[in-house]
Unconditional design. Sequence first.
Length: 170
Amino acid sequence: MSKAPRGASSASAPTHARTPDPQRDVAQEKVDFAAFLAARNLKLTRQREAVVDEILNNPGHFEAEEIVQRLKANRHRVSRATVYRTLDLLKECLLVERLDFGTQAAFYEHVQDGEHHDHLICTHCGNVIEFHNDELEAIQSAVCRNFDFQERYHSLRIFGLCSKCHRIHS
């Protein structure tokens, strides 16, 4: 999966949260995002920076409204509109991915450069399990090659029952 450089111009909440990667360089991601904004004649305002800090420093899946509430709890004066607009910019910059877990709510997650995982989603309890499988990735890459398709990114979501719900409902 290849991505353009980040600074270049061009129902119930899930219960799984990633463990932060100590190798991740949040400061560099902020520099990349500032360059991304500058290329569009936009600035990294205090309000945008508060949103970015909240997202980059807290791993796991989240809803936009959670960010609004966390910022409010930390006494940041950031409008709901600014949170949504900043999320859109972070998606465009490939720092954040919007996720569809089969519910009304839209979830997001911070995407670390070079990191990829897929999701198993329990349709009963809403639990989300992240996984990575090299064999699946190789098959997906082979399919792209077979169709001379240049992949930008991909997302695999498998819906079903987690082990706990499967035991309860079988």
